[in-house]
Design a protein around this ligand. Structure first.
Ligand SMILES: Cc1cc2nc3c(=O)[nH]c(=O)nc-3n(C[C@H](O)[C@H](O)[C@H](O)COP(=O)(O)O)c2cc1C
Length: 334
């Protein structure tokens, strides 16, 4: 059941704190973070996260956790996305289901996780809070989280409103925090991993790259579209509403951008951005059916490997960069 990678081992504060072999995280992905992908990531020695809100009820999440455990005996986490909502999902019930299922790692994202951290940590659950600014990272550390995942402007999903890229955000966050930092956004290969470690991070988080793997439970045509796309093929929707999201560029996302720029309000585009339409993209494989998240890092994605092949390749190439290219640069000249 367990596939171990053959690449070099990179020990960091992240691997120590979370008890996984490699400093690589597969963060929350709506409709994608299901048992098949998460178990494959865990079996490859990295940290996979189920996506809580992909499951319609806390009971369904409990079943998905059990399904993942049937596929792996390694640790995995659950993404706990806290959305601003008029009728929010039953967060406290999901939280209790996670604790009762014996999950020991949670990735929170979105709104401040204050009330949830206060329950998770005494229950023995380690919390990684994902955010998009240094000030929110500092606040999360003050709340007592175990690690911060810092998402740069390149990322898929919600990059925040500051538009600061990882090259600046990662070292600034690492400098301000005492807890492990996970670099997120724009990372899809060994070069990104080594760069993130050099910038002060203890691990990397990848969404887009894991979306485009064999075990990712989305239609093959979506994966082929990612391989064909370039780094320029994303749109930033909801900018005027200050709830920016980076998504694939298609007829729907371009229409949303255009209509909001012309002064439309959310109600005018609600039918275009409905989650059910985005879900259909993954099921049917028609990438123009709705809104789906993808990052600029799709420009770095050129194939559809298994998760084990991907993790293996990243670690192998990271070793080559560190002990080959970089080591050669440090030789003293005579
Ligand atoms: C298809 C997809 C769905 C995502 N859904 C979520 C989500 O529900 N919650 C969340 O916290 N992050 C979500 N993200 C963001 C990722 O967890 C991660 O932060 C981001 O993908 C990093 O940027 P990258 O795609 O360049 O690796 C999603 C990303 C993708 C690609």
């Amino acid at each position: 059941m367990t596939e171990t990678t053959t690449g070099p081992v990179l020990h960091t504060r992240f691997t120590e704190t979370f008890g996984v072999d490699h400093p690589i995280v597969q963060g929350g992905m709506q409709w994608v973070g299901r048992a098949e992908l998460v178990a494959a990531v865990a079996n490859a020695g990295a940290l996979g996260c189920l996506t809580m809100l992909t499951q319609p009820t806390p009971e369904a999440l409990v079943k998905e956790i059990a399904r993942t455990r049937d596929l792996t005996d390694r640790p995995f986490g659950v993404n706990f996305t806290i959305l601003p909502s008029i009728s929010p999902p039953p967060y406290a019930e999901y939280r209790d289901a996670i604790i009762e299922s014996g999950i020991t790692i949670v990735e929170t994202a979105g709104n401040a996780p204050t009330e949830h951290v206060e329950v998770f940590r005494p229950a023995g659950v380690k919390v990684i809070h994902k955010c998009t600014s240094v000030r929110h990272a500092v606040k999360a550390q003050e709340l007592g989280v175990d690690a911060v995942s810092i998402d740069g402007f390149e990322c898929a999903g919600h990059p925040g409103e500051d538009d600061v890229t990882g090259l600046v955000l990662i070292p600034l966050t690492a400098q301000r925090l005492d807890i492990p930092v996970i670099a997120s956004g724009g990372i899809a290969d060994a070069r990104g991993l080594v760069a993130a470690l050099a910038l002060g991070a203890d691990a990397v988080n990848m969404g887009t790259r894991f979306l485009c793997t064999v075990e990712s439970p989305v239609h093959h045509q979506v994966k082929e579209a990612i391989v064909a796309a370039t780094e320029r093929d994303t749109e930033l929707i909801f900018r005027p509403l200050r709830n920016t999201a980076r998504v694939a560029s298609n007829s729907v996302s371009r229409e949303v951008v255009a209509r909001l720029e012309e002064g439309a309000v959310f109600e005018d585009v609600r039918h275009l951005v409905a989650g059910a339409r985005g879900k259909q993209v993954y099921e049917v494989g028609d990438t123009d059916l709705g809104i789906w998240s993808v990052g600029q890092s799709q420009g770095l994605v050129h194939d559809i490997p298994t998760v084990a092949e991907l993790v293996d390749r990243i670690l192998g190439e990271a070793g080559d960069i560190i002990s080959g290219r970089l080591a050669a640069m440090t030789r003293t000249s005579i």
